[in-house]
Design a protein around this ligand. Structure first.
Ligand SMILES: CC/C=C\C/C=C\C/C=C\C/C=C/C(=O)SCCNC(=O)CCNC(=O)[C@H](O)C(C)(C)COP(=O)(O)OP(=O)(O)OC[C@H]1O[C@@H](n2cnc3c(N)ncnc32)[C@H](O)[C@@H]1OP(=O)(O)O
Length: 284
């Protein structure tokens, strides 16, 4: 209630860029008054690892942007090196059962909200985007990336089976053969490789340019009837959405079974440790 009152006040404010930031600030929303486009920024320090709270916040922000009839949604990160490090591995290692369940449900919700989003969506990938980071980038309709970053679904490299929604995203973006190979090999692509295979649409040298490119992409729909555009998008995605709904419960149980497997736990522990060790080495 308070929140919507606050929002309506902001909407009337005559600023060029109005902020609809959520109270927790794990994501922020800025709506450009000139273009009507909302920029949704991931803002969980240090590396936008997707934990329950960030995913919950992301869901609320997507809904807020849709409800406020923005003209489009641009997803980006406040970190200048990492778009998102993917799922927070601490939620999966020695997990709290209820939180692990919630984590997966919230991830499914975010995917669903973006995959079926009425608005045109674009990702300004201003840093590394492994696994869940790649999921957020490839669920959008357009991607632009900064140089010297990496993107991809590295799950199989970690002994993890990529869920079906990773497959849906890749099949929307890449030729089937490339999608299958890169998912099953857990390939991570440099920015330049990603451009070459079509995983990203463009490469630019700054975040500002990335946001401009995303705005231009969304502007290409300016003269298209919004309902027709939205229904055409839904039509393309209907079969995936139907399959997702059919398999959603099973997908959740598979995830829980998978992360609770002793071998998976051992592997996760080693991997988490190696990430921490990397920092220790850097400090030497
Ligand atoms: C039906 C389905 C059935 C089964 C499916 C099962 C599982 C789920 C499957 C798929 C969905 C998605 C899965 C994932 O997203 S798994 C996460 C994969 N992510 C990664 O592998 C990224 C690892 N991180 C990195 O490569 C680098 O950290 C990064 C390039 C992102 C940033 O590098 P930078 O040098 O800037 O920072 P670091 O010093 O490396 O990290 C800082 C700090 O953060 C910790 N860290 C890093 N990544 C994670 C993470 N994903 N979760 C939690 N913590 C992370 C790192 O250890 C450092 O911590 P500290 O030393 O304590 O400061």
């Amino acid at each position: 209630m308070m929140r919507s009152k606050f929002l309506s006040l902001l909407i009337r404010a005559p600023s060029v860029c109005r902020s609809m930031s959520t109270a927790t600030k794990l994501t922020t929303i800025d709506v450009n008054d000139k273009t009507g486009i909302a920029t949704l920024t991931l803002n969980r320090s240090p590396i936008n690892a997707l934990n329950v709270e960030l995913l919950q916040d992301l869901n609320e922000s997507i809904k807020e942007i849709e409800d406020n009839k923005s003209r489009g949604l641009i997803l980006t990160s406040s970190n200048d090196k990492v778009f998102s490090a993917g799922l927070d591995l601490n939620e999966m290692y020695r997990p709290d059962k209820d939180r692990a369940r919630l984590l997966w449900i919230k991830l499914q919700d975010v995917w669903l909200a973006l995959y079926s989003c009425d608005l045109p969506t674009a990702a300004a990938i201003n840093g590394y985007a492994p696994a869940g980071g790649c999921l957020l980038a490839t669920v959008c309709e357009y991607r632009v990336m900064l140089p010297k970053c990496r993107i991809g679904f590295n799950e199989t490299q970690l002994g993890i089976v990529p869920p079906i929604f990773c497959m849906f995203n890749f099949l929307n973006v890449l030729p089937r053969r490339v999608a299958e190979r890169s998912l099953s090999q857990g390939q991570m692509f440099t920015t330049e490789q990603a451009l070459q295979i079509g995983l990203v649409d463009d490469v630019v040298s700054s975040k500002g340019e990335a946001l401009d490119k995303c705005t231009k992409f969304i502007d290409t729909f300016a003269k298209v009837n919004p309902l027709a555009r939205s229904l055409a998008k839904q039509q393309f995605r209907a079969a995936d959405l139907q399959r997702f709904q059919t398999e959603r419960a099973k997908d959740l149980e598979s995830f829980l079974a998978f992360i609770n497997h002793p071998q998976m736990q051992e592997g996760l522990g080693i991997y988490l440790n190696s990430l921490k060790k990397k920092q220790q080495l850097n400090a030497v």
